[in-house]
Design a protein around this ligand. Structure first.
Ligand SMILES: NC(=O)c1ccc[n+]([C@@H]2O[C@H](COP(=O)([O-])OP(=O)(O)OC[C@H]3O[C@@H](n4cnc5c(N)ncnc54)[C@H](OP(=O)(O)O)[C@@H]3O)[C@@H](O)[C@H]2O)c1
Length: 262
């Protein structure tokens, strides 16, 4: 049986760990040819080699996605390697520990750079190729933080507190997604967001401790159990495949029902 992304080429930013790695694994299992972009080369090559060993078609391209020239080169290399581009996943991102008003200019610029500006850069570089594909999907990774604010109740519930830059960047990413969806419509380019809640990735459990997550499931979610990177990857897969051909400008919560309790 053909895979759900058979004959599609996908570019995934931040594909060397966490949610992006899970997406790379899932997409290759469904027949996609995948390029993953990230900065840490050892991790990138390890993911590439592990997926290739299981028969997946994947290439790791070292790239800082906040660097315009590097992004343009990586998009061009993906198209040269695999012959086109149908799916763009803007997953690279991350927050900061500094809370307003102590957040520095450098931190603000870094966080907005990777979570928001990078998406603008990849979309702009990929745009002609997505148009040429004659049917394409962009999936941007937002966060529950984009809509949660930092009320006292939220501060109590979040295992790791979102910085002003992170919340602003993810909210901006959702606005940009609607914008690009409206321009993409006539070209059959769909653009959607996944909006993860607390996802039990290795990085976050190491930073916060597993007990903090257990408290989060209990207090905040409707579903009383952890969400994993694979849960987000499955939502990305749906939004990237033709199964969601009539869905665009949508923000999909993948949060065990946490948004419903805001
Ligand atoms: N885990 C959660 O609970 C959660 C919740 C809501 C939203 N999210 C979002 O989900 C996405 C993935 O997060 P994750 O939890 O999987 O964290 P992660 O494991 O730390 O993954 C972040 C990825 O982004 C890449 N990255 C960061 N800065 C980059 C840059 N300048 N250029 C290229 N790549 C860069 C990292 O690779 P390098 O460092 O090697 O470059 C890494 O692959 C992020 O956008 C995050 O905001 C996560």
């Amino acid at each position: 049986m053909p895979g759900r992304l058979q004959n599609k080429v996908a570019l995934i930013t931040g594909g060397n760990s966490g949610i992006g790695e899970a997406a790379a694994r899932r997409f290759t299992q469904e027949g996609a040819k995948v390029a993953i972009l990230a900065r840490r080369e050892t991790e990138g090559r390890a993911v590439q080699d592990a997926i290739r060993a299981q028969g997946g078609e994947i290439t790791f391209l070292p790239c800082d996605v906040t660097d315009r020239a590097a992004v343009e080169a990586a998009v061009a290399q993906t198209v040269a390697t695999y012959g086109g581009l149908h799916v763009l996943i803007n997953n690279a991102g991350g927050g900061a520990r500094e809370m307003f008003p102590a957040e520095s200019d450098e931190t603000w610029n870094r966080v907005v750079g990777v979570n928001l500006t990078a998406c603008f850069l990849t979309c702009r570089a990929a745009w002609p190729h997505l148009i040429k594909a004659g049917g394409a999907a962009i999936v941007n990774v937002s966060s529950l933080a984009a809509v949660s604010g930092v009320s006292e109740a939220v501060l109590e519930k979040f295992p790791t507190l979102p910085s002003a830059s992170y919340i602003a960047a993810k909210a901006g990413l959702e606005g940009f997604t609607r914008y690009i969806a409206s321009l993409g419509g006539p070209h059959h380019i769909r653009a959607n967001c996944v909006r993860p809640g607390q996802i039990l990735t290795r990085r976050l459990t190491t930073a916060a401790g597993e007990h903090v997550f257990a408290r989060h499931f209990e207090i905040w979610q409707l579903l009383k159990g952890p969400g994993y990177a694979e849960d987000v990857a499955n939502a990305m897969l749906f939004l990237s495949s033709d199964e969601s051909r009539f869905i665009t400008a949508e923000m999909m919560n993948v949060d065990g029902g946490a948004a419903a309790k805001l």
